[in-house]
Design a protein around this ligand. Structure first.
Ligand code: AMP
Length: 351
C-alpha cells in the first residue's frame, strides 16, 4: 500500500488527470504530472508539472524519482515513456497501452478472448482499401490504427467511389464495416492489485460527430440485456492484462448482441457521472487501485443520471446549470476554446 502522503505521478496533463489528482488529494496523496507543453489543466490542482517531451529520458528519470506510484490519464502516452517508470510502480502495466494503442492489435486481442468486433480489414495501400470495401461492403469507416480519439483520424466511406477518391494518409489504417447499432454503451470496471474486479452500471452513450455528447442511466432494456456478455469480455481483458486500475470497453448494442468497438486503458468520459452518481467514482477507485487500497462500492446512487459534455463552447451559464436541483458543473479550467474540445461537463441526478 502506498504510504500516507505519498506522491502519485500522472502521465498526461488533461482533465482526466485533473479529476484523478482531486481524488488522490482526498485520499491524502500528493500528485505531480508529466506532459509535453500545452494547456495542461492538471497543473491547477497538482504539486508540480514536468513540461517535457515524452522521450526526454533525463526528465522522465527525475520525475520517476519523485513518485511512489505512477499512472496515466492519456492512452497515447508512448509505451517507451510508461516503460521508463520503475517496474512494479506503474499501474496499469504498460502492456495495456501496447495492446490498446493499435486498433488492429486491440481487435485481434479481444477476438482471441471471444469478443466480436465489427468486420475489419488492415489497410496499408489504396488497393487494400478497394479490396476491403469490396469484401466488407460500404458504408464503412476508415480509421488510423494509432493516435485517434474523439472521432479524429476517421473517414466515413459511403461507396467504392469514395474509397477511390480518398488520398490515404501515410500511416497504418484499418477499415471497419459500419455497424447498424441500436445504441452505444460502455463497460467500466476497476481491478485492484489483488485481482478483485468491480463494475459500474453501464450508461447509454450518445455521440455527436464521433465525440461523446451524453451518458445516461437507466440505459434501457436493450443495453441492460447485453451488459452481462459485455462485462464477461471486459473481465477477461482485465485479467489477461493483469490490469490494475480503471479500464473501459465500448460496445455497440445490436440485434445480434454486443459488438466490441474499442477499449480505453484508463478512466473514461462515459464514467464521469460516477463522481456524484455512484458511491465511489471511477477517479477515486482508480487512485485506490494504484495505491493498493481496498476498492470502493461502485453502486449507482440515484434513480436516474445524465452526464452532458460541454464541447467547443465557453462555459458561460454556470448560473443556469447550478440553479437546477441536484445538478453539478465540472469546469476543466481550459483557457482556450477550440472546436470539438471538451471544456467541462454537467451531471444531473434524480434520487
Ligand atoms: P471510435 O473513436 O472508434 O470510438 O468512434 C467514435 C464513434 O464513431 C463511435 O462511438 C460510433 O458512434 C462511431 N463509430 C465508430 N466506428 C463505427 C462503426 N464501425 N460502425 C458504426 N459507427 C461507428
Amino acid at each position: 500500500m502506498l504510504k500516507r502522503g505519498g506522491t502519485i505521478g500522472i502521465l498526461g496533463g488533461g482533465q482526466l488527470g485533473r479529476m484523478m489528482a482531486l481524488s488522490a488529494a482526498e485520499l491524502g496523496y500528493r500528485t505531480i504530472a508529466f506532459a509535453p507543453e500545452g494547456d495542461n489543466v492538471v497543473s491547477q490542482v497538482c504539486d508540480d508539472v514536468f513540461t517535457n517531451k515524452w522521450d526526454d529520458s533525463a526528465a522522465l528519470a527525475a520525475f520517476a524519482a519523485r513518485c511512489d506510484a505512477v499512472t496515466w490519464e492519456f492512452e497515447n502516452v508512448p509505451v517507451a515513456t510508461a516503460s521508463a517508470m520503475p517496474e512494479g510502480r506503474i499501474f496499469p502495466h504498460p502492456r495495456a497501452l501496447e495492446t490498446a494503442q493499435d486498433r488492429l492489435n486491440e481487435k485481434r486481442f479481444v477476438e482471441g478472448l471471444g469478443g466480436r468486433p465489427a468486420a475489419y480489414a488492415r489497410i496499408d495501400s489504396p488497393s487494400d482499401l478497394e479490396a476491403a470495401v469490396d469484401r466488407l461492403g460500404a458504408p464503412g469507416i476508415l480509421k488510423t490504427r494509432r493516435d485517434g480519439y474523439d472521432g479524429k483520424g476517421q473517414w466515413r466511406i459511403g461507396s467504392l467511389r469514395d474509397a477511390q477518391a480518398l488520398r490515404l494518409p501515410d500511416v497504418p489504417l484499418i477499415y471497419e464495416g459500419f455497424v447498424e447499432f441500436d445504441a452505444e454503451f460502455s463497460v467500466i470496471l476497476v481491478r485492484g492489485q489483488d485481482g478483485e474486479i468491480r463494475f459500474w452500471d453501464s450508461t447509454r452513450n450518445a455521440h455527436e460527430d464521433g465525440i461523446l455528447a451524453t451518458s445516461s442511466l437507466p440505459a434501457g432494456e436493450l443495453i441492460e440485456s447485453q451488459v452481462g456478455e459485455a462485462r464477461e469480455l471486459a473481465r477477461q481483458v482485465a485479467d489477461a492484462l493483469r490490469y490494475v486500475g480503471v479500464l473501459t470497453l465500448e460496445f455497440f448494442a445490436t440485434r445480434e448482441g454486443p459488438i466490441f468497438n474499442e477499449m480505453a486503458p484508463r478512466v473514461h468520459n462515459s464514467g464521469h457521472w460516477s463522481i456524484e452518481g455512484a458511491l465511489t467514482s471511477q477517479f477515486e477507485n482508480h487512485m485506490r487501485a494504484v495505491a493498493g487500497l481496498p476498492l470502493g462500492d461502485t453502486a449507482t446512487a440515484a434513480r436516474a443520471v445524465t452526464m452532458t459534455n460541454i464541447i467547443g463552447a465557453a462555459i458561460k451559464n454556470a448560473q443556469e446549470y447550478l440553479s437546477q436541483p441536484d445538478t453539478h458543473l465540472h469546469d476543466y479550467g481550459k483557457a482556450e476554446v477550440r472546436e470539438g474540445r471538451k471544456m467541462g461537463h454537467v451531471t444531473k441526478l434524480e434520487r
